[in-house]
Design a protein around this ligand. Structure first.
Ligand SMILES: NC(=O)CC[C@H](N)C(=O)O
Length: 188
């Protein structure tokens, strides 16, 4: 059984916690730096990256998380979580972790009408996967060491660099557990 910390400052953290528990693992909502010890993995949920970034800094989570990620802890950012992990944010920069060698574009499908669902292929997962996009970012550039896991309409929507996984879409808002299983498999 793995112990996964889900950053619980704002956004869709409850859904991630449910999915991790459904897979038989422990999921802990993280709100304080003291809770970051002894975790096997960290999930950064979707939400409002501007708010999550500021709260992370205010609650002294930011530097500790950067350190853990650089030391190799598996981390998965969905949507706003992708923006937090991106080294560069092309538009509307925010307080972020910046550990992954990618450039993210925020709200890249329009601000109001930018939510949609489609099926797509993800490298390492059989068949199609339901992808829920909510005012989602896309990845404009992947640097050295980053592999592209999924593209929709020629835009990169999932990628991995060693211990860091990012998806523009929200697997926690579907009933499909395979992306969460993929993340669990990144541990150990
Ligand atoms: N669903 C989401 O996480 C949306 C991300 C949000 N639009 C942002 O830029 O932070």
């Amino acid at each position: 059984m793995k112990k996964i910390g889900v950053l619980a400052l704002q956004g869709a953290f409850i859904e991630h916690i449910k999915m991790i528990k459904l897979l038989g693992h422990e999921a802990i909502p993280i709100r304080k730096a003291e809770q970051l010890g002894n975790l096997d993995g960290i999930i950064l949920p979707g939400g409002e990256s501007t708010a999550i970034g500021k709260l992370m800094r205010e609650f002294d989570l930011k530097d500790r998380m950067i350190e853990l990620i650089k030391n190799g802890i598996p981390v998965w950012g969905t949507c706003a979580g992708l923006i937090l992990l991106a080294e560069k944010i092309k538009n509307d920069p925010i307080v972020h972790l910046g550990t992954m060698n990618i450039t993210a574009v925020r709200n890249s499908y329009g601000r109001q009408l930018g939510s949609f669902v489609c099926n797509g292929k993800i490298k390492g997962i059989e068949g199609e996967f339901p992808m829920v996009f909510i005012r989602a970012p896309h990845i404009e550039r992947v640097g050295q060491g980053v592999s592209i896991l999924a593209e929709i309409d020629d835009q990169i929507v999932a990628a991995q660099q060693d211990n860091m996984l990012v998806t523009s879409f929200h697997p926690e808002l579907t009933e499909d557990l395979r992306m969460h299983q993929y993340f669990i498999n990144m541990i150990s």
